[in-house]
Design a protein around this ligand. Structure first.
Ligand SMILES: [Zn+2]
Ligand SMILES: [Zn+2]
Ligand SMILES: [Zn+2]
Ligand SMILES: [Zn+2]
Ligand SMILES: [Zn+2]
Length: 584
C-alpha cells in the first residue's frame, strides 16, 4: 500500500532509527551505542539517519566496523526496517501524530495564527483549494478553537486534523482502488521470490481457498508450497486469487522480517535464521577463537538440538520460522557463552585503504587464532576471497568485506564438521549464499543435469530422419511461397488494370458537365465513327455523345456540331454542347 501514500522515504523519527539500530546490531555490540544519546532537536531524521549513524560510528571505538561506512549501515538498516507491515512490528503507527511539525502547528494555533495553520492543511491531488475555501477553513478553525477552549484546544484540534488528514488519505486510496478493499474483491496471496524460487505460505493459501478457515500449521514453522505445485494441485481453485509478488529482501547483517499470516506475527526464512545464528557464534561470541580445544561432540549435540527445533534437514521447500523462535535457537548456547565470555580473543584488524589480498586474509585467519579450531581454514581462503571480491560494493575490499571473508571461511569449516547444516542449506537452496563454498550435492545435481542434457543431445541426433522430413516440408513451403509470389504478381497486374479502368471512368465522370464531348484516350472499344463511317482507331482522340456515349472522331464531331443538332446515334440534342464546347 505504501506506493499510494506518498511520503519521503528517507525521513524517519529518531526513536525508530535508534530502535531499529538496537535490534539490528549484534547484542554484544550494543554497549557501543548505549552511551549515545540524541539531542531533542534531532527528532526528525533525514537521509536515512546517515549523519547520526556517522556520529555513532565515530563514538563506537571501532566496535561497529563490521557494518561498514555510515552510508552502508544506513542503507542496510533501511532495508532491514522497511519491510511490509513494519509499523506493526516496530509499533510506530502513532509516530505520525508526534512529529515535530505537528508541535509547530500546535504552537501556531495556540498563538492564534490560523491562516498559517490552514495553509499547512494538505491539498489532495487534483483538488486545489480556492481562496474562499481557505478562509472558510480559517473561520472553522477559529470557531472550533474558541469552543474547545484555551487549555488544550490546540492539541486536540491538531490531533483531530491529523486524523482527518489520515482518513481523507485512506478514503482517497479506497475510492481509487475499490477492488483492493471490496468484500467481493479478489483475495491476495503473497508469492515470495527468492532467487529462482517462488513459493507461498501454505496457511495463507489455505485461508484464501477455504474462505477464512485456518490451517493448523506448526507453532514455530510456517511451511510453504512452490508456485508450480500450487498451479498443479489447485489449478482452477486459485483462479480468483491475486498473487502478489513479494521478493525476499536481505540486509547484510540480519534477516529481514516477513509478516506472518497471523495478525501481528512475524517470521524469517529458516536459512536466514541459521545465518543469524552462525553470525552470532562466529562474530559476536567468537566461539571458534575462544573455545579451544573445541569439544565437537558437545557442540554437535547443541547443533542437533537446533536441527530438531528449527532446521528441518528433510524439508525441501523453503519455510519460515516465527519471530519468537530466535530465542529458542540461541538460548541453548547460554552456558557455552557464559563459559567462554572471559577468554580473551583478538579482533579482526582493519583492511587497508586499497583493500586486502588473499595473503592478507590467510594472515588474518591465522592472527585470529582460527587455525587452532580449523587447521585447514587457510585452504578455503582463496575461494572465499574471490567470492567476496566478486560481491564487493566499493572499488576496494573494505573492513566490512574482511569480516565477511572471515565469517564465511569459518562457516565452510563448520559445515565440513557438521554435515547436517550442509544438507539443510542445500535442501533450502541456500548453498550459493555461503561465499566460497562448493556444495557436493549441488555439484552432483549439476553433473546429473549435464548428463541429462548429453542424453537429450544424443536423442536429438537419433532424430536425423525426421530432419529429412523437415527438409521436404521446407521445400514444399518454398514451392508454395513461389506460387504465392506468382499469384501476387498476377494480382498486382490485374489491380493495375483495374486502376487504369477506374482512372478512365474518373476522367469520364469528372468531365466538365457543360462539355458534352470530352477528350478520351481510348484503347477499349473498337468501332466505327457514325459520322464518317470509318474505323475509330485506338490512339486517336474521340468525343462522345453525353446521352448515349457513342464515340466519334474529335474532328468529325467538331465539324458535325457546326451544322447538325442531333446525335447520329440517339438523335438527342447536341445544340448546347455546340455552344459551350471548347472545341467549337
Ligand atoms: Zn535488543
Ligand atoms: Zn531460553
Ligand atoms: Zn547445495
Ligand atoms: Zn469520323
Ligand atoms: Zn447520341
Amino acid at each position: 500500500m505504501s506506493k499510494y501514500l506518498k511520503t519521503p522515504d528517507n525521513v524517519l523519527s529518531s526513536d525508530l532509527l535508534m530502535q531499529s539500530l538496537h535490534d539490528y546490531l549484534l547484542d554484544e555490540l550494543l554497549p557501543a551505542i548505549r552511551q549515545f544519546s540524541l539531542s531533542p532537536s534531532e527528532f526528525i531524521i533525514r537521509d536515512n539517519g546517515r549523519e547520526i549513524l556517522q556520529k555513532i560510528l565515530d563514538n563506537s571505538n571501532h566496535q561497529l566496523r563490521i557494518y561498514g561506512s555510515a552510508q552502508e549501515l544506513a542503507e542496510n538498516l533501511k532495508i532491514w526496517r522497511d519491510f511490509p507491515f513494519a509499523h506493526e512490528f516496530f509499533k510506530t503507527e502513532t509516530d505520525l501524530f508526534e512529529l515535530n511539525e505537528v508541535t509547530q502547528l500546535k504552537s501556531q494555533l495556540a498563538a492564534g495564527n490560523f491562516a498559517d495553520y490552514a495553509s499547512k492543511f494538505p491539498v489532495f491531488e487534483g483538488n486545489s483549494r480556492s481562496k474562499a475555501e481557505e478562509s472558510e477553513l480559517c473561520r472553522l478553525l477559529k470557531q472550533n478553537h474558541a469552543i474547545l477552549g484555551e487549555t488544550d484546544g490546540a492539541g486536540i484540534m491538531t490531533q483531530v486534523m491529523n486524523n482527518s488528514i489520515l482518513i481523507k488519505c485512506l478514503s482517497t486510496i479506497i475510492e481509487n482502488n475499490p477492488k483492493m478493499f471490496s468484500e467481493k474483491g479478489v483475495t491476495a496471496v503473497r508469492v515470495f521470490e527468492d532467487g529462482s524460487q517462488r513459493f507461498v505460505m501454505k496457511a495463507e493459501l489455505f485461508h484464501a481457498i477455504s474462505n477464512g478457515n485456518k490451517l493448523k500449521d506448526d507453532e514455530y514453522r510456517f511451511t510453504t508450497i512452490s508456485m508450480e505445485e500450487v498451479e498443479r494441485i489447485y489449478g482452477h481453485r486459485v483462479k480468483n486469487i491475486e498473487f502478489l509478488r513479494t521478493p525476499i529482501i536481505r540486509a547484510r547483517h540480519r534477516a529481514v522480517f516477513v509478516k506472518a499470516h497471523l495478525q501481528g506475527d512475524f517470521c524469517t526464512l529458516a536459512t536466514d535464521v541459521l545465518f543469524d545464528l552462525l553470525r552470532s557464534l562466529i562474530i559476536e561470541y567468537k566461539v571458534f577463537q575462544k573455545y579451544n580445544p573445541i569439544d565437537w561432540i558437545g557442540l554437535s549435540k547443541l547443533f542437533d538440538l537446533n536441527i530438531k527445533m528449527a532446521f528441518n534437514v528433510d524439508c525441501k521447500t523453503p519455510y519460515f520460522l516465527r519471530h519468537g523462535s530466535w530465542h529458542l535457537v540461541t538460548c541453548i548456547y547460554a552456558n557455552l557463552f557464559d563459559c567462554i565470555e572471559h577468554i580473551p580473543a583478538k579482533d579482526i584488524r582493519n583492511a587497508k585503504i586499497d583493500g586486502f589480498t588473499v595473503q592478507n586474509l590467510k594472515n588474518e585467519l591465522i592472527h585470529l587464532g582460527l587455525t587452532m579450531a580449523f587447521p585447514e581454514i587457510v585452504n578455503h581462503a582463496e575461494a572465499v576471497y574471490s567470492a567476496v571480491d566478486g560481491q564487493k560494493r566499493g572499488k576496494y575490499l573494505n573492513t566490512s568485506d574482511l569480516f565477511d571473508a572471515v565469517f564465511h571461511s569459518q562457516i565452510i569449516c563448520i559445515f565440513n564438521r557438521y554435515p547436517k547444516f550442509k544438507t539443510f542449506i542445500h535442501n533450502q537452496s541456500g548453498c550459493e549464499r555461503v561465499l566460497g563454498y562448493t556444495c557436493e550435492m549441488c555439484q552432483k545435481m549439476s553433473d546429473d543435469q549435464k548428463s541429462l542434457e548429453q542424453k537429450q543431445l544424443e536423442s536429438l541426433e537419433n532424430k536425423t530422419l525426421s530432419l529429412k522430413e523437415f527438409e521436404t516440408m521446407k521445400r514444399k513451403i518454398l514451392e508454395l511461397e513461389d506460387e504465392n509470389r506468382k499469384l501476387k504478381d498476377q494480382n498486382s497486374r490485374f489491380s493495375s488494370q483495374v486502376k487504369e479502368l477506374k482512372l478512365e471512368k474518373l476522367s469520364i465522370n469528372s468531365e466538365n458537365p457543360s462539355t458534352n464531348f470530352s477528350v478520351v484516350s481510348t484503347k477499349t472499344s473498337i468501332s466505327e465513327c457514325l459520322i464518317c463511317d470509318s474505323e475509330l482507331d485506338t490512339t486517336g482522340e474521340t468525343k462522345k455523345c453525353p446521352m448515349c456515349r457513342t464515340r466519334f472522331h474529335s474532328k468529325c464531331a467538331i465539324e458535325y456540331i457546326k451544322h447538325e443538332i442531333k446525335c447520329p446515334s440517339c438523335k438527342g440534342t447536341l445544340r448546347n454542347s455546340m455552344i459551350t464546347s471548347k472545341f467549337s
